[in-house]
Ligand binder design. Structure first.
Ligand SMILES: NC(=O)c1ccc[n+]([C@@H]2O[C@H](COP(=O)([O-])OP(=O)(O)OC[C@H]3O[C@@H](n4cnc5c(N)ncnc54)[C@H](O)[C@@H]3O)[C@@H](O)[C@H]2O)c1
Ligand SMILES: O=C(O)C(=O)C[C@@H](O)[C@H](O)[C@H](O)COP(=O)(O)O
Ligand SMILES: [Zn+2]
Length: 355
């Protein structure tokens, strides 16, 4: 079954097994050349796309990226700008990004910045990319000081999510992708939590029916939010649930942690902080731990450097001046903001996740 989810009428997310061959027709009319940036494991898919495009009279330049987070750097971005400059890419040309969230973040950023914006078609190949990174137009790279500190909002022309690609995804990456799915359950769609809790193993079965349903539901949550608030003036912040602490872990651990794993711990951290602030009860905190651990996600982060984590959290984009701001919950599907928590509560929540 193929599903198409419209993002505010601006572009479609096509979800289904075997939809990869729809990439050429998802390019805007009149595209003459394409830069295909791809994760190392997606070389065969990139070559196949190059052949398909050639038969349609569209030229392609292939750009294999460093794997995972190593792609999201100023150096890789500058290398791609160089390729585009040498080839004389114009605004009738486009970018296609094939890979996980790191690839689509980088590919989207290059498209956003080249000539102040050329079209990008996002082809996510991880669960996390399909349900989150490729949708919504947040693009960016890391700097030495922190995660995603440089970027642009640049919605794609289309998103093609071929579920059959998940068959080769390592289980650890599949599990990590479920963190963002579960996040959507906590912030907006409780049916996601019910589905995962009813059968956690089914949620990880790439050939079953539960996982596609979870993908559709999470994409719908994201589509609804970004259609209402593309540039994160307010509502979009809810998609950052768990991310303040998660991004700090990722940076302090030099990106050796998967993003989804860090988000899982980050959600437990904010749940603990919210409990300390009187926003939620202990049952909801424990529901975070139970549903996340049921699919194999981490819920604790031991032996961290608290001062380094705090410094990293202060660089979060939701911070305003000295005011640390978190997306929190008052209940399931009831997001709110927790602003300026005390130093004692920040530390106590850390103690609760660092056991
Ligand atoms: N822009 C956004 O809105 C947004 C949302 C969520 C996450 N992100 C970003 O996404 C990144 C994380 O994305 P990710 O979890 O996809 O990680 P990733 O892009 O690092 O990919 C994980 C690993 O899976 C491999 N891989 C990809 N597809 C595969 C496949 N089909 N078969 C086998 N291996 C495959 C990759 O090569 C990589 O080694 C982070 O940088 C995060 O900040 C961005
Ligand atoms: O799309 C969004 O908005 C999100 O916050 C989704 C997050 O899952 C994602 O990790 C995003 O890249 C984080 O953005 P940042 O602005 O905190 O860097
Ligand atoms: Zn995320």
């Amino acid at each position: 079954m193929t599903s198409i989810i419209s993002v505010g009428g601006d572009y479609d997310v096509t979800i289904g097994a075997g939809v990869l061959d729809q990439v050429p027709e998802s390019l805007p009319d009149g595209v003459l050349r394409v830069l295909i940036v791809h994760a190392p494991v997606m070389a065969a898919a990139a070559w196949a796309l190059e052949d398909d495009l050639a038969q349609r009279g569209i030229g392609a330049i292939l750009a294999p990226l460093p794997d995972a987070e190593a792609a999201k750097t100023a150096e890789v971005t500058a290398w791609l700008w160089g390729l585009l400059g040498e080839a004389g890419f114009t605004r009738s040309d486009a970018v296609v990004a094939i890979g996980g969230g790191a690839t689509t973040d980088l590919g989207g950023f290059v498209a956003a910045t080249w000539l102040r914006g050329v079209p990008v078609v996002q082809v996510p190949t991880t669960l996390l990319g399909m349900v989150d990174a490729a949708v919504g137009g947040k693009t960016g790279i890391n700097t030495a000081e922190g995660k995603n500190l440089v970027g642009a909002f640049h919605p794609p022309a289309a998103v093609i999510a071929d579920l059959s690609l998940l068959r080769t995804l390592p289980r650890e990456d599949l599990v990590a992708g479920l963190a963002e799915v579960i996040k959507c359950g906590f912030i907006a769609d409780p049916a996601i939590l019910d589905l995962v809790e009813a059968d956690p193993q089914a949620a990880l079965d790439v050939d079953g029916e539960v996982l596609p349903e979870l993908v559709r539901r999470a994409v719908q949550v994201k589509a609804d939010v970004v259609a209402a608030d593309l540039k994160e003036s307010s509502l979009r912040e809810i998609l950052n649930y768990g991310h303040t602490f998660a991004h700090a872990i990722e940076q302090v651990e030099h990106y050796t942690w998967r993003h989804g794993d860090a988000v899982a711990v980050g959600m437990v951290y904010i749940a603990e902080l919210s409990r300390l602030a009187g926003l939620i009860d202990d049952d909801l905190v424990q529901r975070h731990r139970a549903v996340l651990s049921s699919v194999g996600l981490p819920t604790a982060y031991a032996d961290g450097d608290w001062e380094a984590l705090l410094t990293a959290m202060r660089r979060d984009k939701k911070t305003r001046g000295d005011l640390l701001r978190f997306v929190a919950l008052t209940g399931i599907a009831q997001p709110t903001r927790l602003e300026g928590p005390s130093a004692e509560d920040l530390r106590a929540a850390y103690d609760a996740v660092s056991v």
